[in-house]
Ligand binder design. Structure first.
Ligand code: NAP
Length: 260
């Protein structure tokens, strides 16, 4: 719940990322912004910034519209992960329906550099297919969800890095799990890939700094990377930094902001 005050700009931050936490810390220092951070509830003990938070889905577009109206939200910032496409699509539709201005805080995607050996694919099923028929030692840096997509490729060994210990057995027979929370560093990821004799890395093109270490480590070791392109999100107004969000919150208050 956001504390009620007629003077405050009431802001909903859709989070689950380090970027959302940085934004939350910035708005916490602004007395005229009353913000709430929304999390899906996937991580067991998320790092929480110093603003109120709520956890769990809204119940689709209709549920989010109801929430925006009930909480009298003035602005929404979508700072979710670039692969949280359902939430982002719902935010576009719900904000349009409720007449609430929406801004996306989105990291620039990574681009292949000299020395990178990327195969870019459109989605995770295609990434699983790109691993090929010969058994390989694979680093899966894609989080917990969607590991089942790799279950059909049982001839590979998988090294999986997760934030929380899995609650049950993973759907992969030949797997080793590492529990670690980013940000990660290049030298450590290089050592990790080398120690497990990893031959190929699967990654989602998250962009940003926190997860890029595995990509840099693969480059250092000359390893191929299957890079999953970002899912499509409907057009929306987008910025790349917390400073730009703060500027939007401070200055762009007209209804013409609504939409793209
Ligand atoms: P998703 O597929 O886009 O969302 C599925 C549903 O989860 C949404 O429709 C919504 O439920 C609920 N949800 C998602 N994000 C929410 C939020 N911030 N607050 C309240 N409800 C939320 O999302 P996902 O890929 O599962 O990601 C879930 C969360 O993890 C996101 O907050 C994202 O920022 C974070 N995250 C995702 C990834 C990734 O690779 N996907 C990586 C790192 C962090 P309702 O329809 O019921 O509202």
């Amino acid at each position: 719940m956001i504390p009620r005050s007629n003077q405050s700009l009431r802001l909903l931050i859709l989070g689950g990322t380090a970027d959302a936490n940085r934004l939350a810390a910035a708005v916490a220092a602004e007395p005229r912004i009353a913000a709430v951070l929304s999390l899906a509830g996937r991580t067991e003990a998320p790092k929480l910034p110093p603003i109120p938070s709520r956890v769990g889905g809204f119940g689709g577009v209709a549920g989010l519209v109801d929430y925006l109206r009930a909480e009298r939200i003035d602005r929404v910032v979508d700072a979710t992960h670039p692969f949280a496409a359902q939430m982002s699509r719902n935010a576009v539709d719900a904000c349009a329906a409720a007449g609430v201005p929406l801004l996306a805080l989105e990291r620039v995607p990574w681009t292949a550099q000299s020395g990178d050996r990327w195969t870019e694919v459109d989605d995770l099923p295609a990434a699983a297919g790109a691993l090929g028929d010969a058994p390989r030692r694979v680093f899966l840096g894609i989080g917990r969800q969607n590991l089942d997509l790799f279950a059909a490729q049982q001839h590979h060994f998988y090294l999986v890095r997760l934030v929380d210990p899995p609650r049950g057995p993973l759907p992969l027979p030949n797997v080793e799990v590492i529990i670690a929370r980013g940000p990660f560093d290049r030298a450590s990821d290089r050592a990790l890939l080398a120690a497990h004799r990893i031959e190929i890395v699967v990654a989602k093109n998250a962009g940003g700094e926190a997860a890029v270490a595995k990509i840099e480590a693969a480059r250092d070791l000359g390893l191929p990377v299957v890079m999953v392109r970002r899912p499509a999100i409907p057009p929306r107004r987008t910025v790349g930094s917390v400073a730009e969000v703060m500027h939007w919150l401070a200055h762009d208050s007209t209804p013409t902001d609504r939409g793209v």
